[in-house]
Design a protein around this ligand. Sequence first.
Ligand code: IDP
Ligand code: MG
Length: 189
Amino acid sequence: MIEKTFMMVKPDGVKRALTGTIIQRVEQRGLKIIALKMILADKELVGKHYVDDAEWCDSVGKKTMDSWAKRGVKSDETPIEIGKRIRQWLMDYITSGPVVAMVIEGHDTIKQIRKLVGDTSPHSAAPGTIRGDFSIDSYAVGDQLNRPIKNLVHASGNKKEAQNEISLWFNKDEVQDYKRIDEDLIYRT
Ligand code: IDP
Ligand code: MG
């Protein structure tokens, strides 16, 4: 199924001059960039991107607790409390410098881009993925320094996130409709 997803090179990726490399990985997979811009986001925008809802905080907090369990770390906090704290960290991180936002279209794109991006923790991400090739950051280092994991890129996790994030970061007239020269080869012939 042809679908759209949202991806963003985070400030650490931009500052490390990895934007071109990251875009190349998307394009070489056969996925089409249909919107692209560099933007210094404000906290209001980032606050809407990392939505302050129980579901989001719970899911992020649970992943963090799993990482703690593997390292034998115990805590009385609830996943929602942990998720809320990480959301605050993310506001500072994502507004700390320009980001490169894009919309990507193609077959099964939401899942495929997540595969290209790799695990949330670069330390666990498989080599060959963006996070696994260009960073060694981890839950442990983030926890120790009281900061978010710097993992170079964001990619929508599911269809609902993709739809919300595309409409949050881009106006309709910023999203282009064109045909890649290899599209017939990829999808038809
Ligand atoms: P994702 O980016 O792989 O979808 P999410 O669980 O949605 O991961 O978390 C959003 C972002 O929050 C991560 O990319 C990472 O930068 C940060 N983050 C998540 N969990 C933690 C944590 O336990 N410590 C520090 N930062 C975290
Ligand atoms: Mg996510």
